[in-house]
Design a protein around this ligand. Structure first.
Ligand code: NAD
Ligand code: MG
Length: 400
């Protein structure tokens, strides 16, 4: 029986993880659930999964949760804040940690789990984009097992040689091809992008996800973060990772070998497949995802990404080329800009403008410690907030 902590259990990935776990009560049990502030959903999850711990990032939400759990006779222990998250991620009784908090907030608890040598199911790509080499080194030093949940990286993992040791050349791997749906605006007239709303940006054609990653998919920053994520996960140079637009989201990614073979992993666009894969690896278990009907699917299409439509993708490639803390700066600027867009403070097209400005005005450093990375994350957030404010003034004037 594997005991599991789910960081971010109330989110899209968290809920899908609980769905897979519930299909295998003989293999997996829930040790801890964590959320930011959604008390009602957490009460419901605790009733159903009976965790030993429930953690709310927000202290007042934890207080509310405590009251509600007592009233329902649950004996789950309630913790709060970053300390609580770190404690349940690193707890001696835990075997697997699903890292499914969104954004930089997931970095420290995920690292806490890495340092205890857990199996890490990594959905929280931002953590790896920020900390890169430090994260990978810690995985090695502490004997943790790192399994990708991001559907593209999980697909690449499945298409890699079984004994892959981090040397692409030695295994005859030529390149990694990440597929991208292109999101809701892949065919929209370019001039319409300035006026798209958060609701339109969050309406992804193929996947149901949290708001932040949905906007990232619409700008294709998500793919940019994934290029960086792939470099770290598979020890690839940025030139060895390319992106192919594939609107059907049926091929989740591919690996090309020196002999001309391209291996692809296919399936329905449903995150329960990569989650079940990483939970059971190297075995296979039922995920709840149905068979892919090849005949009703019909055709698969591929296209070059258009960097003019998706400047965020280029910004991510550039940040990875620069290296050091530049990818943490990219990530932080993106988080601030996306939040501002969701709050109606800036236009959709301002997201890439703000990130580009932050990247060119922030000072980046060699990423030699987590402290330095977090310093540059703060620096970038400060700059991004200033740019948001100055754009917001013009934005409001125009809206009048
Ligand atoms: P979501 O917004 O649906 O859920 C996020 C979870 O994190 C929630 O439980 C929320 O309570 C918690 N959380 C948010 N802010 C927090 C904070 N400051 N401190 C502690 N907890 C906090 O997001 P999601 O779509 O489930 O995505 C989660 C992660 O997985 C992201 O990094 C995303 O890029 C990645 N991912 C998601 C999908 C998907 O299909 N949803 C696919 C691939 C990768
Ligand atoms: Mg993905």
């Amino acid at each position: 029986m594997k005991k599991i902590t789910i960081l971010g259990s109330t989110g899209s990935i968290g809920v899908s993880t609980l769905d897979v776990i519930s299909r295998h009560p003989d293999r997996y049990s829930v040790f801890a659930l964590t959320a930011h502030s959604q008390v009602e959903r957490m009460v419901e999850q605790c009733r159903r999964f009976q965790p030993t711990y429930a953690v709310m990032a927000d202290a007042s939400a934890a207080e509310k949760l405590r009251g509600k759990l007592q009233a329902q006779g649950s004996d789950a222990m309630v913790l709060s804040g970053m300390e609580g998250l770190n404690e349940v991620a690193a707890h001696a009784e835990v075997d697997f940690v699903m890292a499914a908090i969104v954004g930089a907030a997931g970095l420290l608890p995920t690292m806490a789990a890495v340092k205890q040598g857990k199996r890490i199911l990594l959905a929280n790509k931002e953590a790896l984009v920020m900390s890169g080499q430090i994260f990978i080194d810690a995985v090695r030093t502490h004997g943790a097992e790192l399994l990708p949940i991001d559907s593209e990286h999980n697909a690449v993992f499945q298409c890699m040689p079984e004994q892959y040791n981090g040397n692409l050349r030695a295994h005859g791997v030529k390149r990694i091809i990440l597929t991208a749906s292109g999101g809701p605006f892949r065919d929209a007239p370019l001039e319409s992008l300035t006026s798209v709303t958060p609701a339109q940006a969050c309406a992804h054609p193929n996947w149901e996800m949290g708001k932040k990653i949905s906007v990232d998919s619409a700008t294709m920053m998500n793919k940019g973060l994934e290029v960086i994520e792939a470099c770290w996960l598979f020890n690839a140079a940025v030139e060895q990772v390319s992106v192919a637009m594939h609107p059907q989201s049926i091929i989740h990614s591919m690996v090309e070998y020196d002999d001309g073979s391209i291996l692809a992993q296919m399936g329905q666009p449903d995150m329960r497949t990569p989650i079940a894969h990483a939970l059971a690896w190297p075995e296979r278990v039922v995920s709840g995802v149905g068979s892919l009907d090849l005949f009703s699917m019909g055709k698969l299409e591929f296209k070059q990404p258009d960097m003019q439509r998706f400047p965020c993708l280029q910004l991510a490639y550039d940040a990875m080329h620069t290296g050091g803390t530049q990818t943490a700066i990219l990530n932080a600027a993106n988080e601030v800009a996306v939040e501002a867009f969701l709050q109606g403070k800036i236009a959709f097209t301002d997201i890439s403008t703000i990130i580009a400005r932050v990247l060119s005005s922030a000072t980046h450093h060699a990423a030699t410690s987590l402290e330095l990375i977090l310093d540059d994350d703060r620096q970038a957030r400060g700059l991004a907030a200033e740019f948001v404010n100055s754009i917001n003034k013009t934005f409001r004037r125009q809206a009048r």
